[in-house]
Design a protein around this ligand. Structure first.
Ligand SMILES: [Zn+2]
Length: 436
């Protein structure tokens, strides 16, 4: 079995000027190398396309001021991109459309630099990354938590206003006594997960325990981002494109975006952690996640709703759930979720339209239940019994997605939205939604 690896991101802020310059030179050199490889590949497309081996052979000879394996990594990346494009084009053709995915063709001023494990050296508290005979080694500080780690790969990235390194680290194999006993996991139950925009996730286990993770903070951040973006764009529109002022605004704009993206990532990580902790506490071994992948297809819900949906990072969130779940021995499956929000999980009555607001009221049996918990119960029911309404919600807990300082508006005393305190052990604020 291949060793499990994880990727850890390390921001490189406040680098010595000489180091920052070297980072830039390396990334630019990688861009030059990439552009040449792309040009070679494009030229070969008239006849027999270059293979990875041929591409690597052509890039040999020390023409680039990079480590030879860094050059090879770029050739591998290009071939991987070509393969992905080919797969996508095939899929598009099978769907009966003219393929729109293009094979790589663009020149890049900068490109990510990759160092493979054999080239990476750790000297004390520093990481030494060699760049061939004609270029100096890149020496970066290595945070204490990575001392003694088995580093398989290092990548040098640029993020809006700072460099970042991505370390691929082999995780030590779990000790035998830490692995979940197989029979214990086999006896676990299924939980349905309903992904939403207002509530990031609602989970409901087979025995009716539900958790709703609120995502308003994330939505607030998105709205903030859109507002800021619009403001910058408006100011940019008043200056000449490409001018000094314009570039300055562009930098500020991408810096703001990058920060909000990091905050979003943080929220999604914390929210998925809460879901997985909850699932583990109820000995869940399978997450049935409602499939919302095609929600953006073919719907015109107006400019605002469309913006919300296209910015709803459900794919990212689903990936976090899957990865965190797998570490605790839970598998995840995608389940069709059509009609799950308008079917009553109590009596199975299917309403003609989805409920408005956050509460589901059944006109058939009179149940009042949290809308997303209802959806999650139905997804769970579908996965286990093949039909809706076989799992009932007995108790619902509410959690904020993240214990981050919340924008002032929500902190007004007495506001219902006041966030739960960090640490988050306490407030299963007796839910008004306790379906029978
Ligand atoms: Zn009902």
């Amino acid at each position: 079995m291949a060793a499990a690896v994880s990727v850890q991101l390390v921001p490189l802020r406040r680098l010595a000027p000489v180091t920052a310059l070297l980072c830039e030179a390396l990334r630019r050199e990688a861009g030059r190398c990439w552009s040449e490889l792309v040009a070679l590949h494009v030229a070969s497309r008239g006849g027999k396309w270059l293979t990875e081996r041929e591409l690597k052979a052509l890039s040999k000879g020390g023409r680039f001021r990079l480590h030879s394996q860094s050059v090879q990594a770029l050739a591998e990346k290009l071939i991987a991109n070509v393969d992905t494009a080919r797969t996508n084009r095939t899929q598009e053709q099978e769907a009966g459309a003219e393929p729109t995915t293009r094979f790589p063709y663009r020149e890049k001023p900068y490109q990510t630099v990759t160092w493979k494990g054999q080239a990476v050296r750790v000297e004390g508290e520093r990481l030494v990354l060699p760049n061939g005979r004609t270029q100096a080694d890149l020496v970066l500080p290595l945070p204490a938590r990575f001392h003694g780690a088995d580093i398989r790969q290092v990548e040098l990235l640029w993020r809006a206003d700072h460099y970042q390194m991505a370390l691929t680290i082999a995780e030590p194999p779990p000790k035998p006594d830490e692995q979940p006993a197989p029979d214990e996991r086999a006896a676990g139950q299924v939980a349905g997960v309903d992904l939403g925009e207002v509530n990031l996730a609602a989970v409901c286990t087979q025995d009716g325990q539900a958790l709703v993770v609120n995502g308003r903070l994330l939505r607030h951040l998105k709205q903030l981002r859109n507002k800021r973006h619009a403001a910058y764009a408006e100011r940019q529109a008043r200056c000449k494109k490409g001018s000094r002022r314009w570039k300055q605004l562009q930098r500020q704009k991408s810096r703001t975006s990058a920060k909000l993206y990091r905050q979003q990532r943080n929220i999604l990580h914390q929210a998925s952690r809460k879901v997985i902790d909850f699932a583990e506490a109820h000995s869940v071994n399978e997450l049935a996640i409602g499939d919302v992948r095609d929600i953006a297809d073919g719907v015109a819900k107006g400019r605002h709703a469309n913006q919300k949906i296209s910015q709803w990072p459900h794919g990212q969130f689903r990936r976090y759930l899957k990865e965190k779940g797998e570490r605790r021995g839970m598998r995840s499956t995608l389940t069709g979720e059509a009609y799950s929000t308008r079917t009553c999980s109590c009596c199975g009555h299917c309403h003609p339209s989805a409920p408005r607001g956050r509460v589901f009221r059944c006109s058939g049996c009179g149940t009042t239940i949290h809308r997303d918990a209802n959806g999650a119960a139905n997804i769970c029911s579908k996965q286990v019994y093949g039909r809706y309404a076989a799992v009932q919600v007995k108790h619902t807990m509410h959690r904020q997605a993240a214990a981050v300082r919340v924008p002032t508006r929500a902190k007004v005393a007495g506001s219902k939205r006041a966030v739960s305190p960090p640490g988050d052990g306490t407030p299963p604020e007796a839910s008004p939604f306790t379906g029978r």
